[in-house]
Write a protein that binds this ligand. Structure first.
Ligand code: AMP
Length: 397
């Protein structure tokens, strides 16, 4: 790690501004999944142990200005439960009111600010707003919001210009260490598994990982743009016609480099995109007209499983089919189990993206995965070889 981390900081008696990711799902003003809050607990406990005075900031949803529906109050309440101590809640995230609240903190106490996105300046990375955020701490900023690190927003990037030390939190450090090792020094063979609906979201990841990985297994809706580029029939399957040339170029590049870019050889097709539609399992070369591919088939599952079993590094992002529907979930759940089994045999596995993470939980193998990434978008940008502004902005050691 070339960046300062929270372990390097002296926090005793100081107000530290910690950017967390408390962008949690809510129902009736209660948190329905507290995973993201739990993930930051190690950082928060360490900051408390060090005698810091914690000022926590996060975004939640996409409010257009102040809106009680997007208040961070339920998240603060949940944190109170998890930490087992009372927590102060901010009147806002900037201004004299919260400045006063931050100054009233004693060592080890916690203040959760109101949603930073109640101010449009947050997403504009506005300088004056960043400065007002920085006024809530004593020159120390910790970023533990990996899921927001790909966004140059005020509470992630702007604030770093107005503090003396900007450090990574423990969660951020863990994410960077797993993903960093995968792209710079992976144990081999390195197998990447990519799925999900859209090829355009992941095309740069395909391009970059073709330079780094030893094999790539493609499934889900994104496979059909590649299959169409190969001249295969795809029926009514999802396709991005404006990406076919690019897909063809990548297939050609893979052929020349003898890179194992694997596509489904069979699939489960449905007559319609709905729950109880008629289905059949066919070779991809025999896709009937008017049907759409909604899951990878048994032969593909076997081939992918063999590749996964031999891997020493596995990165997986995106489901192999419409796994929300049990009729098209098998491919994704089998891949989850295969990734878990390979991990038990010594591979390092990194799973990112909400759907793949959900599939791993659904398969009951979450505890076997080496690392489940909390930031789908950020991890994809990292794997695409891009620099994350929220990481770049941290202080070098
Ligand atoms: P993404 O957000 O791009 O990772 O896509 C996730 C979504 O892709 C999930 O909701 C899946 O249901 C959907 N998906 C996966 N495979 C297919 C497919 N073959 N056709 C249509 N949608 C799919």
């Amino acid at each position: 790690m070339t960046k300062l981390t929270i372990s390097d900081l002296d926090l005793k008696g100081k107000r530290v501004f910690i950017r967390v990711d408390f962008n949690v799902p809510l129902k009736d003003a209660a948190v329905t999944d507290d995973t993201r809050i739990r993930e930051t607990l190690p950082t928060l406990r360490l900051a408390i142990e060090k005698g810091g005075r914690l000022v926590l900031a996060s975004h939640l949803g996409r409010p257009k200005g102040p809106d009680a529906k997007y208040s961070l109050k339920p998240a603060a309440k949940k944190l109170e439960e998890l930490l087992g101590k009372p927590i102060a809640f901010g009147l806002d995230c900037i201004g004299p009111g919260v400045e006063g609240q931050s100054k009233a903190l004693r060592d080890g106490e916690v203040l959760v600010l109101e949603n930073v996105r109640f101010h449009p300046e947050e997403e504009k990375n506005d300088e004056a707003f960043s400065k007002q955020l920085a006024a809530l701490c004593d020159g120390i900023f910790v970023c533990d919001a990996f899921g927001s690190a790909h966004r140059a927003h005020a509470s992630v990037v702007g604030i770093t210009h107005f503090v003396q030390q900007a450090a990574a939190g423990l969660l951020m450090e863990k994410e960077l260490s797993y993903l960093g090792r995968a792209v710079t020094d992976p144990a081999r063979p390195f197998v990447a598994i990519l799925g999900g609906a859209k090829v355009s979201d992941k095309i740069e990841v395909v391009e970059n990982l073709m330079k780094i990985a030893d094999a790539m297994l493609i499934g889900g809706g994104m496979a059909y743009t590649f299959l169409k580029a190969d001249g295969q029939p795809i029926g009514k399957s999802l396709v991005e016609d404006d990406k076919i040339d690019l897909a063809r170029r990548l297939r050609e590049e893979a052929r020349q480099k003898k890179f194992a870019l694997l596509l489904p050889v069979d699939h489960v097709v449905g007559a319609e995109f709905k729950a109880d539609t008629a289905t059949q399992t066919v070779s991809t070369s025999a896709t009937p007209d008017g049907w759409m591919g909604l899951d990878i088939g048994p032969k593909t599952i076997d081939t992918y499983k063999q590749k996964i079993a031999g891997a020493k590094t596995i990165v997986w992002n995106g489901p192999m089919g419409v796994f929300e529907n049990p009729a098209f979930a098998r491919g994704t759940l089998e891949i989850a189990k295969a990734v878990a089994a390979a991990t038990t045999s010594g591979a390092t596995s990194i799973v990112g993206g909400g759907d793949s993470v959900a599939a791993v939980h659904q398969s009951g193998v979450a505890d076997k995965i080496s690392h489940m990434s909390t930031g789908g978008g950020a991890s994809l940008e990292f794997l695409a070889g891009r620099k994350l502004p929220g990481v770049e902005a941290l202080t070098n050691k």
